[in-house]
Design a protein around this ligand. Structure first.
Ligand code: NAD
Ligand code: MLT
Length: 529
């Protein structure tokens, strides 16, 4: 079988390329730098794509990506990837967020010193063979207030380092519960208050509607006079025109910027000319260590994805904690199978599926199981067009509501799930669990059974009369179809009986129609999982 083709569109450290090569499972196209035209020319052929910040995966490109399964951003920021477009097409998007945090935190601290001690300006002056000692008087950092906005991976590292410098650190992050920030031992306050009080402010957030223009012409007059601003996160968090204005007016004491709204900034930008502005060309992650770590993280995620289907650090699919994977893997398979089973058992379009989880596995994040079930359900009608990434979107498009809830009782009991699937007329209920030989359905519409929902199944609903099983065996045998397993169930003697036969072969529509003509058969259906 042909190996999946992957394109490394931007420069990736050798350690990462080696991991991909040694995996031996890919046909690798490593280009280091790829123009838009080149990307468009190959995108239809590739299954995996690795990019850094230079290549853009926008809607137009995604539309041409007929075989693409996964895009991995070697780094943190995914502002160059249209994630909704990828999700709609079932393309997994991942990033490699951990590898460059320390280097970027160090870059922020380097810029902090640069602003405080004017080192870049003094260096440029001396390189021009001048000796301007009095011109470069700076300010001491000890005892100064540093505002850190965004207390995620990088922000936290900056806090630790600034405290080591004996700065007074204040911070803001509305998305992290206060108790999870207590160990930092900093005062938390609003952005407005930070901008009013801090001598230096450094931002470590993504660029969002909320962080865009955090400093802008609207709040220039509310800043602490002489405030110095650092940005190693994303261009646009401080409005560049406002920074220029603020520095000219003397409101802002200086700015050190590693990132820009347009990279590189236009040659006409006044940022180049202002004495109090220190500029670096997006160097936060540009250390040997960060590049190696990011490349390794990226390559390992690509290999894991193609060998196990596991999406680490995925941004459009809930990541399963690797430590929970051993427990959840059989449930994941079972839910996908049950989804397909329900999709084939129900006669009309489904409206709602409710899953209730019980037992010890409720301690884990079970969200991915709902997605697996959704994928199984929709694949009955959509085949391979549906996958774990686009299944929730496609379900929403079809107004199919899938919900999961945990039953808090019996948390120490064996894990099991129960399902109610509702279409416009009928409700199907089932219970299922995972045993030593995989997952199986233990109850269907109130009838006990032990059914592994896999392979070829023949479902028969019949009147409870003697000889039915014999009839079925003879009928299938005469068409050379071998029975591998049988599950009989009925609610009461003489009532309707349900039979599931596991078969070695498929049953054609013609044979099903023939079966339905038999007087003891109420319903016959072939189910393939
Ligand atoms: P992270 O996700 O670990 O942390 C970001 C934090 O920002 C989160 O804790 C989030 O809650 C917080 N946040 C979001 N909106 C906020 C708001 N309105 N106000 C305050 N906090 C808010 O990410 P990270 O790895 O720490 O990266 C931070 C930023 O640095 C990202 O934008 C990333 O792209 C950028 N980055 C730049 C470089 C570089 O080379 N300069 C390198 C790495 C990362
Ligand atoms: C990132 O988002 O990881 C950084 O901006 C680093 C980079 O891509 O160079």
């Amino acid at each position: 079988m042909a190996k999946p083709k992957i394109l490394i569109a931007d420069n990736l450290d050798k350690d990462g390329v080696d991991i991909l090569t040694h995996a031996g499972i890919f046909d690798i196209d490593y280009r280091k730098k790829t123009t838009r035209e080149e990307l468009e020319a190959v995108i239809g052929e590739i299954e995996g794509l690795i990019i850094r910040s230079a290549s853009k995966v926008d809607k137009a490109l995604v539309e041409k990506a007929a075989k693409l399964k996964v895009v991995i951003r070697a780094g943190v920021g995914v502002d160059n990837i249209d994630i909704p477009a990828c999700s709609q097409k079932g393309i997994v998007v991942m990033n490699a967020p951990a590898g460059n945090s320390i280097s970027t935190a160090e870059q922020a601290i380097a810029l902090l010193f640069s602003l405080a001690r004017k080192i870049p300006q003094a260096h440029a002056s001396m390189k021009a063979k001048a000796w301007e000692k009095s011109k470069f008087q700076g300010t001491q950092l000890t005892g100064k207030k540093l505002g850190v906005i965004g207390l995620g991976r990088i922000g936290k590292e900056v806090v630790k380092r600034a405290k080591g410098l004996q700065m007074e650190v204040i911070g803001f992050d509305p998305y992290i519960p206060k108790e999870h920030l207590a160990h930092l031992e900093i005062e938390l306050m609003s952005v407005e208050k930070i901008l009013k009080e801090a001598d230096f402010v450094t931002v470590h957030t993504p660029l969002t509607e909320m962080t865009k223009g955090l400093v802008s012409n609207k709040n220039l007059t509310s800043l602490k006079p002489g405030i110095r601003l650092i940005n190693c996160a994303r261009g646009g968090i401080y409005d560049e025109a406002a920074i220029i204005q603020g520095i000219k007016d003397g409101v802002i004491g200086g700015a050190a910027l590693d990132v820009f709204s347009d990279e590189p900034p236009p040659k006409t930008s006044e940022l180049y000319d202002l004495e109090n502005v220190v500029l670096t060309p997006h160097l936060g992650a540009s250390t040997d260590e960060a590049q190696i770590e990011v490349a390794k993280e990226t390559a390992e995620s690509m290999v894991a994805f193609f060998t196990t289907g596991l999406a680490r650090n995925s941004l459009n699919f809930p990541t399963i904690d690797p430590s929970a994977m051993d427990i959840l893997a059989p449930w994941f398979t079972l839910c996908a199978q049950i989804g397909s089973f329900i999709g084939q058992m129900m006669k009309r379009a489904l409206r709602e599926v409710e899953i209730t989880y019980r037992g010890s596995f409720t301690a884990l994040n079970l969200g991915p199981l709902e997605i697996a079930l959704t994928k199984g359900l929709l694949s009955v009608a959509m085949g391979s067009d549906v996958n774990l990434v686009n299944a929730p979107i496609l379900a929403k498009d079809r107004k199919l509501k899938i919900t999961g809830k945990k039953d808090s009782q019996g948390a120490n009991e064996p894990s099991m799930l129960s399902i109610r699937a509702i279409d416009e007329k009928e409700t199907l209920t089932l219970k299922a669990t995972v045993g030593t030989v995989g997952g199986f359905i233990t109850e269907l519409n109130g009838n006990s059974l032990e059914l592994h929902p896999e392979g070829n199944l023949l479902y028969i609903e019949n009147t409870d009369t003697p000889g039915v099983v014999g009839h079925l065996g003879t009928f299938l045998g005469s068409h050379k179809i071998n029975i591998s397993s049988m599950q009989l169930s009925r609610l009461s003697k003489g009532g309707a009986a349900r039979t599931f036969l596991g078969l070695d072969d498929e049953v054609s529509k013609e044979l099903i129609d023939e079966l339905k003509k038999k007087e003891f058969i109420v319903e016959a259906r072939f189910i393939k999982i």
